[in-house]
Design a protein around this ligand. Structure first.
Ligand code: NAP
Length: 310
């Protein structure tokens, strides 16, 4: 096992890279284990228009590149491999990456969450070309367009209602006849004249060459298929926090997100902090993830200072 690092950051997207910038500038010489697919959910978007400081907007992958460059500038070291296991049962904490184990006095977990996908043949190909998992991020690109939203929970209602600000028509496609969303959200959606409902329906595929032109829908009761013409398809079938590695080691909410203490990024294990979407199922924005990465870095710095100077 190598010597113990001051701080190991697991995850190389908004939260992890912000934590790296801050801990690097605090002379903690952070090691970021960014994984093979770093950059997080912004790698799946095109234009980001709501990240402050970029009045003209910026491409998601380009924004992540800038975060990474800024972290590198202050000496952050990167390991571009996936973490395979962790051990938080004793100090220093152990983080194993394939065949190598790193140890750290502190750990910042910033592994994010992944939007659930439908697994359709053309879904990934058209991601960012009409298929989106974030109305707040991409809604404004669909002015006067027809949009499909899939899902029946609060997220789907929220996204559908938000999208009516831009779209001429929003069709909510749900696999049952009953919504899972809270009553208040249901009522808001039902009241909105721009929202139509396609019940008992599943999507078989997304259509379009370089841009979404429609979705192929099947009614599960009649098995009849039909084409819904639309320029956008928003997936709102939930998110999965990337917390599999931490099961049994850190306390989690029933939905799998890491529990952090109020006003701090401290997890149930002292010296292990969590930032970004892995612990946030409310805001889920690039800027809030970056903000909590900064909080985690400051929490971590204070923790190290306290154990060195009790
Ligand atoms: P959710 O409550 O788990 O709902 C997911 C929806 O997607 C369900 O209607 C589900 O259908 C559908 N779905 C799942 N997999 C599907 C598939 N493969 N094909 C088709 N449909 C599929 O997720 P969520 O809406 O993201 O909400 C997550 C949590 O955040 C909830 O606790 C919610 O209350 C909360 N939230 C609150 C607010 C708010 O209060 N403003 C806003 C957003 C989220 P079934 O119903 O048939 O299972």
């Amino acid at each position: 096992m190598s010597h113990a690092e001051n701080v190991i950051i697991v995850g190389g997207a908004c939260a992890g890279l912000t934590a790296a910038i801050y801990t690097a500038r605090a002379n903690l010489n952070p090691l970021v284990i960014e994984g093979y697919q770093s950059g997080g959910q912004l790698m799946l978007t095109t234009e980001v228009e709501n990240y402050p400081g970029f009045p003209e907007g910026i491409l998601g992958p380009e924004l992540m590149q800038k975060f990474r460059k800024q972290a590198e500038r202050f000496g952050t070291r990167f390991v571009t491999k996936d973490v395979t296991s962790v051990d938080f049962s004793k100090k220093p904490y152990a983080i194993t990456v394939e065949d190598k184990t790193y140890s750290g006095h502190t750990v910042i977990i910033a592994t994010g969450a992944s939007a659930k996908m439908l697994g359709l043949p053309n879904e990934s190909r058209l991601m960012g070309k009409g298929v989106s998992t974030c109305a707040t991020c991409d809604g404004a690109f669909f002015k006067n367009s027809k949009i499909g939203v899939v899902g029946g929970g609060d997220s789907a209602m929220e996204e559908a209602i938000f999208l009516t600000k831009f779209a001429s028509e929003v069709t909510l496609i749900h696999r049952r006849k009953e919504l899972r969303a809270s009553k208040i959200m249901q009522e808001r959606a039902f009241k909105n004249k721009k929202i139509k409902f396609l019940w008992d329906s599943t999507i078989i595929d997304v259509l379009g060459k370089d841009q979404v032109s429609g979705v192929l829908v099947q009614n599960i009761l009649t098995q009849k298929t039909s084409t819904l013409e639309c320029e956008g398809l928003f997936l709102a079938i939930g998110h999965t926090p990337n917390t599999e590695l931490f099961k049994g080691q850190l306390k989690m909410h029933p939905n799998g997100y890491l529990i952090t203490t109020l006003a701090s990024t401290q997890t149930s294990v002292p010296g292990v902090f969590a930032a970004g979407d892995v612990q946030d199922f409310t805001f889920r924005q690039a800027v809030t993830a970056a903000g909590s990465g900064c909080q985690a870095a400051i929490d971590c710095e204070r923790y190290l200072h306290e154990i060195e100077h009790p």
